[in-house]
Design a protein around this ligand. Structure first.
Ligand SMILES: [Zn+2]
Length: 214
């Protein structure tokens, strides 16, 4: 299982930190007990058309005997490209600004990849719209009226939730798509979503706390 933390670092800075990257230590999502750092792994991420290697720390809960990967919010689960690239394509295409090919070209990704994101987002748009609209209200933001089209509803709701969150300390600098990745546990456009809104529903999304002192 993965926990997405609201990482504000530029990808370059995260890459440069290597294994020494400083991440906050969350509490166990199951028992709220303390987690201890427990090794980690390397994975690739593509940002601005370039593949980079990042270190993903793991934390472990002793009593639950479960370990969790701590993913930075610029990563989406099982996706190579950063959340901002995915979000830019989805925003342009689902928002009706342009088709998949020009959006993919601007993001520097194959158009087949971009088309996959847009399809997946479209398939989940109704569910995403409802969840983010509820989160926006939870955070004290505006109620979102569902537009006729599901994709636009989801985009509007993500924007409204982010606007509301941006009023709380630390969230504004993340940007809308890292925010969306954080509160969906990285599963914004994941195929298999068993309980993606666990964190939203219980309002337990992690605040962007500064890294613990070493
Ligand atoms: Zn636990």
């Amino acid at each position: 299982m993965a926990i997405v933390w609201p990482c504000p670092l530029p990808v370059d800075a995260y890459v440069a930190a290597g294994r020494e990257v400083e991440v906050p230590r969350p509490v166990c999502p199951s028992c709220a007990g303390p987690l201890v750092f427990w090794s980690g792994y390397w994975r690739h991420v593509r940002a601005a058309g370039r593949c980079r290697k990042i270190f993903v720390p793991r934390v472990r809960c002793g009593p639950c005997r479960v370990s969790h990967a701590l993913l930075p919010a610029f990563v989406l689960a099982w996706r190579l490209d950063v959340a901002e690239a995915v979000g830019a394509v989805i925003g342009q295409v689902a928002g009706g600004a342009c088709g998949v090919r020009p959006a993919a070209a601007r993001a520097g990704v194959p158009h087949t990849t971009a088309r996959g994101w847009v399809r997946r987002f479209g398939a989940r748009a109704g569910e995403l719209g409802v969840a983010f609209a509820a989160l926006a209200v939870d955070l004290g933001g505006e109620a979102v009226r569902p537009p006729a089209e599901a994709g636009r509803f989801a985009l509007t709701a993500i924007g409204a939730a982010f606007d509301a969150a941006a009023g709380l300390p630390g969230w504004l600098r993340l940007g809308a798509w890292r925010f969306a990745s954080s509160v969906s546990g990285g599963r914004l456009i994941a195929a298999n979503t068993t309980s993606p809104w666990l964190i939203v529903g219980s309002r337990r999304f992690m605040p962007p706390i500064p890294p613990l002192p070493a």
